[in-house]
Design a protein around this ligand. Sequence first.
Ligand code: PLP
Length: 395
Amino acid sequence: MVLRDFTPPSRLLLGPGPSLVHPRVLHALSLPLLGHLDPVFLRLMDEIQTLLRGVFQTHNRFTIAVSGTGSAGMEASIVNLVEPGDAVIVGVNGVFGTRLAAVVERCGGKAVRVEAPWGTCIDPAAVEQALRRSGPVKAVAVVHAETSTGVWQPLDEIAGLCRRYDALFVVDAVTSLGGVPVEVDRLGIDVCYSGTQKCLSCPPGLAPFTMSERALAAAKQRRIPCQSWYLDMALIAEYWAEGTRAYHHTAPVSMLYALREALRLVEEEGLPARFARHRLNSDALLAGLEALGLLPLPAVGRRLPMLNCVTVPPHIPEAEVRAQLLAEYGIEIGGGLGPLKGTVWRIGLMGESAAEAPVLTLLNALEALFTRYGWLTTPGRALQAASGVYGQANS
Ligand SMILES: *Cc1c(COP(=O)(O)O)cnc(C)c1O
């Protein structure tokens, strides 16, 4: 028996990624392939570097797309900097900080965990205390947008501490890049990585990545070679650098076409307008969710616009409602991870998903389900609250 064509059902992607993808990006994926050393393809790689410097707000020469998802960016950051015995301070307040610390330890490094309860930020004073107590520290690593909790980590103070204590500053911007400012040069971030399937609205598969001259020098001065051959940035630099273009591994040609198009869309919109769009749609969604009794987990001022983490009251069987949203309405939202499993929803409004129609569609579906279960006696309030936010913005 021969399998039939695969036709994915239509989905409104409002989870923690992947986000909705613009038709122009889907079209780019379907274009004929070029050889990965074809001069026309090499030009496309140069253009991607330029576009990535724009979203990272950096002049870093070494700004590329790592082959692999966001986790490959995380692994590349750590594996190139950390040698056995190196101390790295890691902010741990969710899944991704926990993972960063695990990667440091797999490289033989000493992960000094600065912890904070899930749903709160890492306290710069605690980072300073760790810097003071730990002796020489190779790097400080924090997650800018903790996708497991919806917390937006302020970076300014920690950046200053890294300078003062001569530690490299590593920032996970997988969820933040393209949705809120990621100011690599202004903050003096040394290594910053992201993923394509969140606010850049491209399929998963590449990890935008940038490294300062300071970080490159540190990687060059290693005593032992980088333990990963595939993610050794010194080798990969030989492929991305103009002039050398030495074969390392076959570039994911179609994914790079897609990323170029996704970044072109970002450039056309402009970063300030894109950030404002993420903010507005989050405000509207949160107003609607509040009318349904769903309140944000992080404190005011710490809430990520692209990842809205709300507490689900105990009388609501959250997994059942999520399953129904998907089955009846084709809407995907995320549940909680780790200690937050069963108690929160994580609603992503990333890139193309950050728009009025998805927000109102989700609120409408939630109102219908909540009414059916008898949790809502005055349907219409959530839509009204959200529409009010949009109305105000347009007036
Ligand atoms: C999604 C995510 C990652 C991992 O990215 P993958 O593309 O799933 O490998 C890392 N860090 C953060 C903050 C994320 O949200």
